[in-house]
Design a protein around this ligand. Structure first.
Ligand code: ADP
Ligand code: ADP
Ligand code: ZN
Ligand code: ZN
Length: 764
């Protein structure tokens, strides 16, 4: 195993003491977290790790911070509720480093998010020739530095005429296809009723000039009639108007919906003026030792570090030194294949989390509490050591590091382990072990037993029923790759981060075989009313059962009916939009979180109200509905993917990425003969849950005749595969090659594969 680097020899003198924690399923527990040490909290999914770490410790730290704000500022914020805990002593200010994607729209890049970009600009403003002035002159986010043609975005967006306009229709028939211009709307009226066009004439019969006026014209003021009133409006061509409303706003102002609308009707091209580099001509022409800023920003971090090593510039030595240190952190954490100009909205959740770590490594603040959510997500076994080294570095800077994690090697590196369990939901919520990892391994807990267990190859692999060829894939770093994916078996695609797994599976395979079903970790819906019960379809037969038992209409038990609590629209919570902060959710005071009116709650099914049922976990509901042949199979599928601890009414927005992926998987379990693609399905799963996940995948293959292709780092999953496609050898330009395709046992003999090396180690 990866060795742990022990903390300093001095004994722990200070502890964060949590007394009487009862959030969600926590059983009134006391927990002690050593300060300035690395503590890993582990346990099966649903045991209560997040309830302890995020909903109790981090929430209380944030609440206390909020209390320190002036009353005037607090007046604008909703009051943070106390977590359900008696006391927490010795807390520090908390820094939460989670897997949420980095926001910031098109203007946020790896360089800006890690604060490396400002250093690079400083270098060019001090040492660049010709000398062109202040560091703003090198910033694509500042007027002084941005390319005037694309305003620093690097791409220019124009409408996709085929999607935007149907030439064969007239304005009255809806020739302008975007919803913005729907027939009858205000924006439609400006064109159809302005008197400038014949609203019944198909667009293809327009003159050149009419067409230009419609799409790009500036015809000045027009007068329209709206509900019997004359109003004046300023005319603007439909294309310009659409781009102004949906594209040219600052990214932060656009709702997801507006963004999706824009994407459907537009195409993006690299900016013709700056070639995508975002910067003004003057900034692009400036050189430091022959290198331009755009060139350095486009290099992979590994390569950039080599170039910086040659920068012998005494006048700006401290700047170069700081740059080397930061770029070095990027490489250290396994992101050496990323370039500074990479937009952060193209990064995966795991990559986003590691980029956030880089920013904090440069911080000189001490005595902070850093909280991480499964930082090993997306990391190959080869890179886990680098991750733990960075966690040690945060610790050795004088901070307390608290990590929720399942990875054996991360657990092994901890100074202190807290194991929550023994089971999930009501069967969990207690501390089953707290202490050093050596003692955990010899304890009888589930985690302890799995820590010692060896990975094993299975006796026999399945025979493929056919092949799905992928030919000549060149997306991103793929080197003209041709791969055959076997059907009717379980395939694992492996390789270090950045080696090209997603590009192969989500790019090339899907492009060549569009009928594959992707079960990914994105939230399945954006609707706040969606719950585990509505999404899986369990709620419909449950509502029918209530209706039958009470002689009323099933619609009464729906969150968008008159039976729902009007104050919270049947969600049980009210959400306050805090603009630049995260939304605040609090229990609805009208229904006390029960979601429905008193009349509806009076209707019972075997003694339970609809609200009682929505509060049941899947496991409990499975007992309650055991006799209901419509409800039980849906609940069983949820239990099969390891979600028996979820509450039926739990909003989908509260689910983690791993949980989202498994709930989607559950809704597919009845399909036959599909080709499934999954991205690290073990995310969020304890070692003991992985075995259950493998049973589900086996079920899909054996009982449903499906093909399952997963991108995965977990070596137990690699060992369980029928077929492995291994990419590498490294990330980025040093990757993108096919190292191996074949059975796991044949993989063991491949010399240059990191996966082979680590699989051999795991097999022991
Ligand atoms: P873990 O992090 O170990 O997977 P959690 O702390 O997320 O476990 O969950 C512990 C229990 O609390 C589970 O039964 C879960 O369903 C419940 N739970 C978690 N979040 C919520 C929530 N927002 N509302 C209601 N129950 C929740
Ligand atoms: P993996 O899935 O193995 O981690 P990826 O397929 O995500 O690897 O990445 C392979 C290479 O392609 C890397 O160099 C990565 O930086 C690059 N890449 C991936 N997605 C994008 C993107 N949206 N834009 C530019 N480069 C990308
Ligand atoms: Zn440009
Ligand atoms: Zn309510």
């Amino acid at each position: 195993t990866t060795g742990s680097r022990p903390a300093t020899d001095t004994p722990v003198t200070e502890w964060i003491r949590v007394v009487g924690a009862r959030e969600h399923n926590l059983a009134d527990i006391d927990v002690e977290i050593p300060k300035r040490r690395l503590t890993v909290v582990t346990g099966v999914s649903g045991s209560g790790k997040s309830s302890l770490v995020f909903d109790t410790v981090a929430a209380e730290a944030q609440r206390q911070l909020h209390e320190t704000l002036p009353a005037f500022v607090r007046g604008f914020l909703p009051s943070f509720g106390h977590p359900d805990v008696d006391m927490i002593e010795n807390l520090s200010a908390v820094v939460l480093i989670d897997q949420r994607r980095l926001g910031g729209g098109a203007r946020s890049t790896v360089g800006t998010a890690t604060d490396i970009a400002p250093l690079l600009r400083l270098l060019f403003s001090r040492a660049g020739t010709p000398h062109i002035g202040a560091s703003d002159a090198f910033s694509f986010n500042m007027p002084a530095g941005m390319c005037p043609a694309c305003e620093g975005i690097g791409v220019v967006t124009d409408v996709d005429m085929d999607a935007f306009l149907d030439d064969s229709r007239s304005l009255n028939e809806g020739a302008l296809l975007a919803p913005t211009f729907k027939v009858g709307t205000w924006h439609w009226q400006i064109y159809a009723e302005s008197g400038l066009f014949d609203p019944d004439k198909p667009i293809r019969d327009y003159s050149e000039e009419e067409r230009h006026t419609l799409l790009r014209g500036t015809a000045g003021p027009v007068s329209l009639e709206v509900r019997g009133q004359r109003v004046n409006a300023t005319y603007e061509g439909a294309v310009d108007k659409f781009l102004r409303l949906h594209v040219h706003k600052d990214g932060g102002e656009l709702s997801d919906r507006a963004r999706r609308t824009a994407a459907r009707f537009t195409t993006s091209l690299p900016c013709p003026d700056c070639g995508g580099a975002r910067l003004s001509r003057a900034a692009l022409d400036c050189r430091v030792l022959g290198h331009g800023i755009a060139e350095l920003s486009a290099m992979e971090a590994t390569h950039l570090l080599d170039v910086l090593a040659t920068f012998d510039l005494p006048a700006v030595a401290p700047i170069v030194e700081a740059l080397r240190a930061r770029v070095g952190h990027l490489v250290d954490i396994g992101l050496g294949y990323l370039s500074l100009d990479r937009p952060t909205d193209t990064l995966s959740g795991g990559e986003s989390q590691r980029v956030k770590i880089v920013r904090h490594l440069a911080s000189t603040l001490t005595d902070l509490l850093y909280v991480f959510d499964e930082p090993s997500t997306g990391l190959h076994a080869r890179d886990v050591r680098r991750l733990t080294d960075l966690l040690f570095r945060l610790r050795d800077n004088g901070n307390t590091v608290l990590v929720v994690e399942h990875d054996r090697d991360v657990i092994a590196a901890a100074d202190h382990v807290i194991d929550i369990g023994p089971g999930a939901g009501v069967d969990g919520g207690t501390v089953v072990f707290a202490g050093e990892v050596e003692a955990l391994a010899s304890s009888g807990t589930l985690t302890g037993r799995h820590l010692r267990a060896r990975t094993r190859l299975k006796g026999q692999v399945r025979r493929p029923t056919g092949w799905l060829p992928v030919v000549g894939a060149t997306l991103h770093n793929l080197r003209d790759l041709s791969v055959e994916f076997p059907t009717g078996v379980l395939t694992v695609v492996s390789g270090v981060a950045g080696s090209g797994k997603s590009s192969l599976v989500h790019g090339a395979l899907r492009a060549q075989h569009p009928d594959v079903v992707v079960v990914d970790q994105s939230a399945p819906t954006a609707n706040r009313r969606s719950t585990a019960a509505t999404y899986t379809g369990a709620l419909d037969p449950i509502r029918r059962a209530f209706a039958r038992a009470n002689g009323v209409s099933p619609a009464l038990f729906s969150a968008n009916s008159a039976g729902a609590c009007p104050a919270c629209e049947g969600t049980g919570v009210v959400v306050t939009d805090l603009a630049f902060l995260d939304d605040m959710t609090s229990t609805c005071e009208t229904c006390e979180g029960r979601r429905f009116t008193q009349d509806v709650l009076a209707h019972r099914l075997d003694g339970a109200s609809i609200s009682d049922v929505l509060e049941m976990t899947v496991g409990r509901a499975l007992e309650f509905f055991a006799g209901n042949r419509s409800v039980a199979p849906i609940l069983r599928a949820l239990a099969d993917v390891g979600l028996d601890y979820l509450q039926l009414g739990q909003p989908l927005t509260s689910l983690s990425g791993g949980e989202c992926q498994r709930i989607k998987l559950a809704s597919h379990l009845h399909r036959r003969g599909a080709v499934y693609v999954m991205d690290e399905p073990t995310t969020g799963l304890h070692m003991s849950d992985v075995a259950r996940l493998l049973e589900v995948l086996d079920h899909l293959v054996d009982e449903r005749g499906s093909t399952v292709i997963v991108i995965e780092h977990d070596l137990d999953v690699v060992a369980h595969a029928d077929w492995v496609v291994d990419l590498g050898p490294e990330g980025g330009s040093a990757g993108g090659r096919l190292l191996f395709q074949g059975t796991p046992s044949a993989l063991l003999d491949v010399p240059d594969s990191h996966t082979a090396t680590h699989l051999r180690r795991a097999l022991g």
